[in-house]
Design a protein around this ligand. Structure first.
Ligand code: PLP
Length: 397
C-alpha cells in the first residue's frame, strides 16, 4: 500500500490552494476582472530590473556548462559569501559563509531545519495564527505540533501561555515575523523576553530549544517598524529566509538557512542541516538563481504598492464597519468574519465574487485573511463587493 498520509496530502489541497484553484476556474467563467481574488500570497510587482539585467548578464557572459551545472550541495561558496556579507551588513554581527545553506525557498528552509533538529516525538510550538503548511512540515519531520494562541487583538506573543506550553519534549518554537496571516511584527522588547524565557526553560530541563525564524516577509514592513536580527536575542536561533516575497521570485524557489556562529555547536548543527538537505533531496538550490541573488540579494522589488494597498483596504473596510487590526508588515489583512463560522462567511463572500481565506487552517476561528498583494485597481473595484457583503449581514440583524 502506498503512503496514506502522503496520499491524503496530495488529494486534499490546503484551503488557500483550493480557493486559488476555484478563482482560476471562476475567472475563466465570468472574466478575470469580475473576480476579486485575495486568496494567495503571490507578489503583484515584478522583480527589480537589476535582477533581470543580472540574469541576462549571467546567461550571456557565463560558460553555460558552469552556469547550469551542480553547485556544492550546500550552495556555491561565492554565493554563500555574498549572502553572508549581506546578512553581516544588515545585522552588524559576524556571519560565516560556511554556516549558510542555500535552499529552494522558505518551505525548504523550514523542512530542512526541522528534519535537522527533530527526533521522533519531539514537540514543535507554533504561535497561532500560523502559516498552515507548518503542520505538514512539522509532522513530516516526525514531531508533534503544539499550538499556542497569541494575544487576541494584537496577535503578539502570549508569554504566560507560551511558558506553560514548553515541556522537556519541546525541541523548537517557530516564529514568523512579520506574520502570515496577521501582519504582526514582534518588537525587540518581546524578542528579549522570548530569548530569556527559552534560555531559562533550556536550563530547567537541560534541553536544547531551537528558535526557528521564518522570515520571508522581513523586508515588508510599514512606517518606522523594523525587524530585529533574532540571533542577537537568543543563542539557538536558525534564520530561514526566502527571496520569494521581497524580490518577487516565488516561482524561482530560492532562499537560505543561516546558522549564527554564536550558536553552541554551530558546525554540528550545520552538518545536520546538510544531512537533512541530502535526505530530503534539497541539495544544490537552483544554480542560476543562486548566482542572481548573490548579485541582487540586498535589493527588493518596488514594494510601495503594498503600503498603498494596506492603507486603502484597512481604511475602507474599517469605515464600512469591519473589525480590523492594522498590520505592521507582510501583505495580509486579518479581519473578523461577520459570523462565527469563518468558512461559512467565506462561502457567502463568494456570492459577491470575493475570494477570502477562512482562518480555521491558520489555527484560530472566526477570522479571514485578505492577501492584498494585488493591484490597487483590484482593491478599488472590490470595495463595493465588501460593502454589499457587510450589508447582507446587517439585513439579517
Ligand atoms: N512561510 C510563510 C510564513 C509563508 O507565508 C510562505 C509562503 O507564502 C512560506 C513560508 C513559503 O515560502 P516559499 O515560497 O519561499 O517557500
Amino acid at each position: 500500500m502506498i503512503n496514506q498520509k502522503m496520499l491524503g496530502l496530495g488529494t486534499k489541497r490546503s484551503a488557500i490552494r483550493e480557493l486559488f484553484e476555484y478563482g482560476k476556474k471562476r475567472k475563466a467563467e465570468i472574466g478575470a476582472d469580475k473576480v476579486f481574488d485575495f486568496s494567495i500570497g503571490n507578489p503583484s510587482v515584478p522583480a527589480p530590473a537589476a535582477l533581470t539585467e543580472a540574469l541576462k548578464d549571467l546567461i550571456r557572459n557565463t560558460d553555460p556548462v558552469a552556469l547550469h551545472g551542480y553547485t556544492s550541495a550546500q550552495g556555491d561558496a561565492a554565493v554563500r559569501a555574498a549572502v553572508a556579507e549581506c546578512e553581516a551588513v544588515r545585522s552588524g554581527c559576524d556571519v560565516d559563509p560556511d554556516l549558510i545553506y542555500m535552499t529552494c525557498g522558505a518551505a525548504a528552509s523550514l523542512t530542512v531545519s526541522l528534519h535537522a533538529i527533530v527526533n521522533p516525538g519531539d514537540e514543535i510550538i507554533v504561535l497561532a495564527p500560523y502559516f498552515p503548511e507548518y503542520r505538514v512540515f512539522v509532522e513530516k519531520a516526525g514531531a508533534v505540533l503544539k499550538e499556542v494562541p497569541c494575544i487576541p487583538g494584537t496577535f503578539q506573543i502570549d508569554f504566560p501561555a507560551l511558558s506553560a506550553a514548553i515541556s522537556p519534549r519541546t525541541k523548537g518554537v517557530i516564529l514568523n515575523s512579520p506574520n502570515n496571516p496577521t501582519g504582526a511584527v514582534i518588537p525587540a522588547a518581546d524578542l528579549e523576553k522570548l530569548g530569556k524565557l527559552l534560555t531559562e526553560k533550556e536550563g530547567d530541563s537541560d534541553s536544547e530549544i531551537f528558535l526557528i525564524c521564518d522570515e520571508p516577509y522581513r523586508a515588508l514592513v510599514y512606517g518606522d517598524v523594523s525587524v530585529p536580527y533574532v540571533p542577537s536575542f537568543y543563542h539557538r536561533t536558525l534564520v530561514c529566509y526566502s527571496y520569494s516575497k521581497a524580490l518577487s521570485l516565488p516561482g524561482e524557489r530560492i532562499g537560505y538557512i543561516l546558522v549564527p556562529p554564536t550558536m553552541p555547536g554551530a558546525k554540528t548543527v550545520y552538518a545536520a542541516l546538510c544531512g537533512a538537505g541530502r535526505a530530503l533531496g534539497f541539495v544544490c538550490a537552483p544554480s542560476l538563481m543562486q548566482y542572481a541573488v548573490a548579485k541582487c540579494g540586498n535589493l527588493t522589488a518596488d514594494l510601495t504598492v503594498y503600503e498603498t494597498n494596506r492603507k486603502l483596504l484597512s481604511e475602507s473596510l474599517g469605515n464600512m464597519g469591519y473589525s480590523i487590526t492594522n498590520p505592521d508588515g507582510a501583505f495580509y489583512l486579518f479581519i473578523q468574519a461577520l459570523e462565527e463560522d469563518a468558512a461559512a462567511f467565506c462561502e457567502k463572500a463568494k456570492d459577491f465574487e470575493l475570494l477570502l481565506v477562512p482562518s480555521d487552517s491558520f489555527g484560530v476561528k472566526g477570522f479571514v485573511r485578505i492577501s492584498y498583494c494585488v493591484s490597487t485597481e483590484q482593491i478599488q473595484a472590490a470595495l463595493p463587493a465588501f460593502q454589499a457583503l457587510y450589508d447582507s449581514y446587517r439585513k439579517k440583524d
